[in-house]
Design a protein around this ligand. Structure first.
Ligand code: ATP
Length: 210
């Protein structure tokens, strides 16, 4: 399916005394300016694609992910957003899968294979451990599309790579669309993306297909 992304903002500045001082000092005009982030970007995303969105902070990765997921939801697809997963405060092993074995299998795919973590509750875990638990929940969500903004941001890079490799494998095996956004550009080998979107400044964007 082809999605078309358009996004621009009109920035109007609140003219406080300090703002006026800065504007005068640096010679900035204060008339309303249009700021284009996406100008008719057409993206073809298929059901089992892995989409890797990178770019510097503020370049527009989150906006792209948001617009894509909104359009996908509007098209009737079920979207699971890792950052929206809420965790019940019960032992980790109770939170995924229908059986203990299934739970351990899902957790292992998400990078948790420590029995000590299985018996703890989310409130007792580190951010990185909670992140991996949320990933396990996404993988069992049954959603058509899995999205993760700031993918792996709370993980060390070695773990982020292992997780990236595992999640793309599960997504592809299940025929799901996986879309991740991050400033890190080191996950290409692990994700093997069908679509790599590198957002640059203004409306500039590079799209590379496999
Ligand atoms: N509501 C808004 N009004 C005006 N500008 C906005 C608004 N939302 C986002 N922007 C601008 O759009 C640009 C892209 O924002 P976005 O959150 O997509 O960046 P990002 O690439 O995800 O950054 P980061 O890696 O820091 O999360 C930014 O420069 C931001 O200032």
């Amino acid at each position: 399916m082809t999605y078309t992304i358009n996004r621009k903002f009109t920035s109007s500045v609140e003219r406080t005394p300090r703002v006026l001082e800065i504007a005068e000092g640096f010679g900035l005009g204060l008339s309303d300016k249009e700021f284009v982030v996406y100008d008719n970007l057409a993206l073809d995303v298929r059901a089992d694609d892995v989409v890797y969105i990178t770019g510097q902070s503020g370049s527009g990765k989150s906006l792209l992910l948001k617009d894509l997921s909104a359009q996908m939801r509007a098209a009737g697809l079920k979207v699971a957003d890792l950052n929206e997963i809420e965790l019940e405060d019960r032992p980790v092993i109770e939170l995924v899968g229908r059986t203990t074995t299934e739970a351990a299998d899902l957790l292992a795919k998400a990078g948790i294979s420590d029995a000590w973590i299985y018996i703890r509750k989310p409130s007792e875990l580190s951010d990185g451990q909670r992140y991996r638990l949320k990933l396990a929940k996404v993988m069992e969500s049954g959603a058509d599309v899995w999205i993760a903004d700031e993918f792996g941001a709370v993980l060390d890079r070695v773990t982020a790579k292992v997780i990236a490799f595992n999640v793309q494998k599960v997504a592809r095996a299940q025929g799901k669309t996986l879309m991740v956004a991050t400033t890190h550009t080191d996950l290409k080998d692990e994700l093997g993306p069908d679509l790599t979107i590198t957002k640059r400044f203004r409306e500039r964007v590079d799209v590379e297909t496999k």
